[in-house]
Design a binder for this molecule. Structure first.
Ligand SMILES: Nc1ncnc2c1ncn2[C@@H]1O[C@H](COP(=O)(O)OP(=O)(O)OP(=O)(O)O)[C@@H](O)[C@H]1O
Length: 298
């Protein structure tokens, strides 16, 4: 099966180690695909190639089998795009702008745009040019979703949104996925891609360092437990048992045990013989996972 979005050995070299280097990734139809990395990692450069705004030095990007550079006009028929920096032209209101975008898309619906604007508490009577950063971002989101394209490509779409609006946005992209949309979004916030995405590629200094299936993190059967012992004797005794200890804070008589779900009963049995101050599961976040993986590589 041909991937919906296929980035194949993409290189754009701006010199001095800046740019993107040999980036490859495939997005399947119906996926929510996250693209994370810190500022300057290469997210925008990659996305601009997907939109056909930049020509690769090497490699290619295809969308629905079409070359993103050579067939950029045709590709845009399938794609709604939210750029990283939004500048709306003209002296129109939000409503006029949205109606025009929907008209140009040839498929969208103003009713849906209105519904989304209400949900995001966007005042569409304001002039686009004088809108705040957050309002512009909301207008771009409404425009992208209401234009009913098959593919949504969004460069840091939650920039300028407060936490409540970010949650509404994350719910919205899940709804779009239900409708069969394919979504590609960049972010520098690990938590939001963790919540929303099926797969996530991590980019660092222009190179993909990992592609992670989020299910392996959400349903990871290896758990971490943190515990503190009342006495040094118990603490030392526990260390002699056959458990995988990940971290020790000897001064506080604390340690972290990594254990598979199937062995948890054994651990609880063993702990009956120890006097504990506390015992609790520590959630492993996507960020922990990445930091850990990356640490192991260097
Ligand atoms: N036109 C250009 N000329 C020279 N260098 C560039 C150009 N565009 C981007 N770069 C450099 O390439 C690197 C990747 O930039 P890019 O904008 O893709 O990163 P990003 O991950 O999107 O970061 P941000 O979140 O800050 O937008 C950066 O070091 C940037 O300075």
């Amino acid at each position: 099966m041909v991937a919906y979005i296929d980035i194949d050995h993409l290189t754009k070299d701006y010199g001095k180690g800046r740019g993107v280097f040999d980036v490859s990734l495939e997005v399947e139809e119906g996926e929510i695909y996250g693209f994370v990395g810190v500022n300057g990692a290469g997210k925008t450069t990659t996305i601009r190639h997907m939109m056909g705004f930049l020509k690769p030095d090497e490699g290619s990007v295809t969308i629905k089998g079409l070359d993103a550079t050579k067939s950029s006009a045709e590709v845009k028929r399938y794609v709604s795009y939210i750029p990283g920096e939004i500048n709306f032209p003209g002296d129109t209101t939000g409503e006029e702008f949205l109606k025009n975008q929907i008209y140009l898309s040839g498929r969208g619906s103003w009713e849906y745009a209105k519904e989304l604007s209400d949900l995001l508490q966007l005042d569409v009577t304001a002039k686009v040019r004088s809108m705040s950063k957050g309002m512009k971002q909301k207008t771009a989101i409404v425009s992208a979703f209401a234009s009913a394209a098959d593919i949504l490509i969004m460069d840091e779409p939650t920039t300028g949104l407060d936490p409540l609006m970010r949650d509404i946005f994350l719910d919205l992209i899940k709804q779009e996925k239900e409708k069969g949309k394919t979504i590609f979004m960049s972010s520098h916030i690990f938590q939001e891609v963790e919540e929303a995405c099926d797969r996530v590629a991590v980019i660092q200094e222009g190179k993909i360092i990992d592609v992670i299936d989020m299910e392996t993190i959400r349903y990871n059967k290896n758990k971490y437990y943190r515990m503190e012992f009342k006495s040094l004797k118990d603490f030392e005794h526990f260390l002699r048992l056959d458990y995988q200890i990940d971290k020790i804070k000897a001064g506080d008589l604390q340690l972290f045990v990594q254990i598979h779900d199937k062995d948890i009963n054994q651990l609880i049995q063993d702990l009956k013989y120890f006097d504990l101050v506390y015992f609790k599961e520590v959630k492993v976040t996507f960020e922990d996972y990445i930091t850990q993986t990356f640490k192991e590589e260097v």
